[in-house]
Structure formats: C-alpha cells, structure tokens
Ligand binder design. Structure first.
Ligand SMILES: *Cc1c(COP(=O)(O)O)cnc(C)c1O
Length: 463
C-alpha cells in the first residue's frame, strides 16, 4: 500500500453545516506576534493562527445532535436531567458503579489524588501527564515511571508502545511493598509518549498482578476511544469486536478512571471521575462540593453535560474513530515520506516531531522543541506545542530540570475540524523548515513560572 494514496484513507463520515473562516496573516506579522508572545505558542492570539494544532483539548467540532443537546440544557441547581443522562451514559459505556462530574480532567485528578494518596506513597504510571503528575506530587505522592523502555525511544516503531513494563511493576511492588503504593495510573493512550496505545493483554496482566497484591489501578481515560481503535486494528482477536465492546472491556480491568471531557468526548469543556469503590465515592463527593460544585454538576452546566453525553456516544461509533485516527496517520505518513524525524508508530491524536533529530545542532538546554514550534508558526501560521524539557519542568526536591528523553513538537489534530488538505499545508511547512533546520535558533528563559511552566513561560533568542 502507498501510504500517500488518499484513497486509502476514509472520507469524512459527516457533512459540514457551519463553517468558521480562517485567514493567514503576513510573515512579518507572524514574526512580530511570535516575538511578542515570548516564543511560546501558548501566548499567541488564536486569531493570529492559520491552522491551530496547539491541542485537541476542547477544540473539537460538535455535531448537530450535540448542539441540539445544548438547547435542552436543564440548568436546575440539583438533579438536572442532563446529569442523569450523562451519568447513565458513562455507566453504560464504561461499566463503572459511580460517577463524579468535574469541570475538566484535572478537576478529577485533584479529587482522586486527594482521596487515594497518602504522603510518601508511590504512584506508578506509564509515563506521566503534566497535570496528572502535578496533582499526585502536590498530594505527597512520589511518581515512578514504569512504561516499557521502548516508549522513550522516539524512532522505534513497535506496536503498543504505551504498555506498562510488567517486570518494572513487579519489582516496584517487591521493593517498596504494596502498602506503600497508592495506586497505578494507567493512561490509555499515552499522550507524552506520542499518543501510543496500551494493549488489552497488558491491561489484563496489570490487573492480575495488582489484584494479587491488593493495589488499585485507575485509568487516565482521556483518549480511551482512540486506544480502543488501535486494539481493534492491531490486537489478535479484536477485529470483529465493536469499539463499544472494546471500551467496555478495557475498563473492566480498572478500579476507576479520570477523564477529560475535552478530548474523546468531542466537547469543549467537562470531565469526570468514575469509581467502583463505595467508600472512595463517598470521599470524592465530599471533595467535589468544595472545589467543583454539587455532585450533580461538578462545575459543568446542564447543557455541557448533555453535549458530553451525546459526544461520548458518538465517539464510540466505529466509522468516526477510524476516520479520526487515520487522519492523524495521513499527516504522519506525509512527513515520513519526506524523511522527517517523528515519533513512530504514529499515535492516535497527534504527530510528534522529534526535535532531537530535527535540530541536532541544539542542546536540550537550548530548548530545541520550543524553538522549532516557534519557527513553524513563523513559517506558515501553524500553531503547535512543545512537549519536551520545558513541559517536563523541574524536580520539586532538587530544583533541577527534568531531562526527558523525548524532546518533541506536538502537532495535535482537533476532532472533526480540519480536512486532509489542511494536513497537506502543515506537512509542506514542516518539510520547508527541515530543509533549513540550521536556522532554528537556541532559546533562553526570560520568565519561568514555578508550576506548569510551559503554559505561560517567556523566552528570548540566546545567540
Ligand atoms: C488533557 C489531559 C488531561 C487533563 O485534562 P484537562 O481537561 O485538560 O484538565 C489529563 N490526561 C491526559 C492524557 C490529557 O491529555
């Protein structure tokens, strides 16, 4: 198969009812805007971006059914019918006993970390996510990465690169003792590893090991539907199962999950925590009223909850998710055809440029991925995001920079927003930059916030 043959990719399983015009500003204006933004793409104005691949978080296009749901929002303070519909949708699709709504994913992470971590306990995960680890550490947890080694090697093309290394898991339990492990946090898919999926076999094995020792497993379910697609496509025995069946089986191996509604639920805001344990659910409800809102809205409006429930049901439709994952793959294949270094295999929500190989003339302390993202914007108005040393932050104890093996620029594709032709424009710009990659310059911090610094940091050229 020729990976560039467009007929190999599914056409959009929708038609377009509303459009949002975009315009590209001149190169001089983009250079000025980037300098004013301190070479941090987070500080740019949306209107100055042509194709916005900063994130797939909350940037999704809702369907007509979701917009119709907005109109039937029940904004009662308590017991909204939209909450009851959302709750029953989550229980039906994921199989959990209890649901706690939150304003977005990190709201759920805050609650879970507060109720399930005792200071000094270990929390092990398949790599980490920025806000997830932040909440774990804020509650006194010690994060341990137990993802398979291959996940840290950007160029290595192996399936299910997001799997937990079972030996690392067993050794951790042996060395630290089950009672000193708060829980295992299993992300499906692994965002920072490049949107890499976890196999059902691995989920089952993690369940068996942890069950033996009485250790709980909570999933970061943010991209669980994309993960399910990879299982259907690549794991023995799942080709004839529906995405809905696969998603349901995945969560049967967990004790609960945090979910950002802004990703696979195809909405613009929202989230939830799902749990099986009655006692933890009781504790979660006590905390949700303090930080989010009543346990029947958790910071969301009735209309948002309705849109999320409808979006969740749409997300598990087989045609939708195949199109979604393959559109991302199309962009990745365009870049591979031009020998651009990216993380392989191509993940479920984004293509990650490997800035180490893209900018071999820059040291990691010179923020190659940050600078590459800035250059990409200045070249074509395409906005992307750094996922490397800046995102990794500093060790809270030593104050030293974390030095992640992966130094990447993430081109994240919003759901149902851009066409295949937009992907061509993005690829052309990346290829153009790669031809003059020596022109990508070193950066230095001029403002470094203490927490989650990548969001608001500012830089200047260091040469
Ligand atoms: C976005 C994201 C979160 C946090 O969710 P928010 O809704 O942004 O708070 C957690 N984990 C993963 C893997 C994510 O991608």
């Amino acid at each position: 198969m020729n990976p560039l043959d467009l007929s190999q990719y599914p056409a959009e399983p929708f038609k377009i009812k509303a459009v949002e015009p975009v315009a590209v500003i001149s190169k001089e204006m983009r250079e000025k805007a980037m300098a004013e933004a301190g070479y941090n793409t987070f500080n740019l104005r949306s209107e100055d971006c042509y194709i916005d691949l900063l994130t797939d978080s909350g940037t999704n296009a809702m369907s007509d059914q979701q917009w119709a749901g907005i109109m039937i929002g029940d904004e009662a303070y308590a017991g909204s019918r939209n909450w009851l519909y959302l709750e029953s949708t989550i229980k039906e699709l994921m199989g959990f006993a209890h649901v706690v709504p939150t304003h977005q994913g990190r709201g759920a992470e805050n609650i879970l970390s507060t109720i399930a971590i005792k200071p000094g306990q270990y929390v092990a995960g398949n790599m980490y996510f920025t806000t997830t680890r932040y909440h774990q550490e804020r509650n006194g947890g010690i994060f341990v990465d137990i993802i398979r080694d291959e996940a840290h090697d950007a160029g290595l093309n192996v399936p299910f690169k997001g799997n937990i290394d079972l030996k690392k898991l067993e050794n951790l339990i042996k060395e630290k003792g089950a009672e000193n492990i708060a829980y295992i946090c299993l992300a499906v898919t692994v965002n920072l590893a490049g949107g890499q999926p976890v196999s059902m076999e691995n989920m089952r094995a993690v369940r068996e090991i942890t069950k033996k020792h009485g250790v709980k497993v909570f999933y970061d379910a943010t991209r669980c539907v994309e993960n399910a697609y990879f299982i259907k496509e690549q794991e023995e025995g799942y080709q004839n199962k529906s995405i809905k069946e696969i998603v349901h089986e995945m969560f049967s191996y967990s004790d609960g999950a945090t979910m950002s509604g802004k990703k696979d639920c195809i909405t613009n805001i929202g989230g939830f925590l799902a749990l099986n344990d009655d006692e933890l659910f009781g504790k979660a409800k006590e905390i949700v009223v303090v930080f989010e809102g009543m346990p029947s809205y958790g910071g969301m409006t009735g209309r948002d909850m309705q849109a999320m429930a409808v979006g969740l049901r749409e997300s598990v439709q087989d045609e939708y998710i195949e199109y979604r994952v393959k559109q991302v793959r199309y962009l990745g294949n365009l870049l591979l055809a031009e020998k651009i270094p990216i993380i392989e295999p191509i993940g479920g929500h984004a293509v990650f440029l490997d800035a180490r190989r893209f900018c071999p003339h820059l040291k990691q302390e010179q923020f190659p991925a940050q600078s590459l993202a800035a250059s990409l914007y200045m070249d074509s108005g395409v906005r992307s995001m750094e996922r490397g040393i800046v995102s990794a932050g500093r060790d809270p104890k030593t104050g030293e920079n974390h030095m992640p093996k992966l130094e990447t620029v993430r081109l994240t594709i919003p759901r149902r927003v851009y066409t295949y032709k937009h992907m061509d424009v993005v690829a052309d710009s990346v290829v153009r930059l790669y031809k003059h990659k020596e022109d990508i310059r070193p950066l230095k911090f001029v403002y470094e916030p203490k927490q989650l610094r990548f969001f608001t940091a500012r830089f200047a050229y260091a040469d």
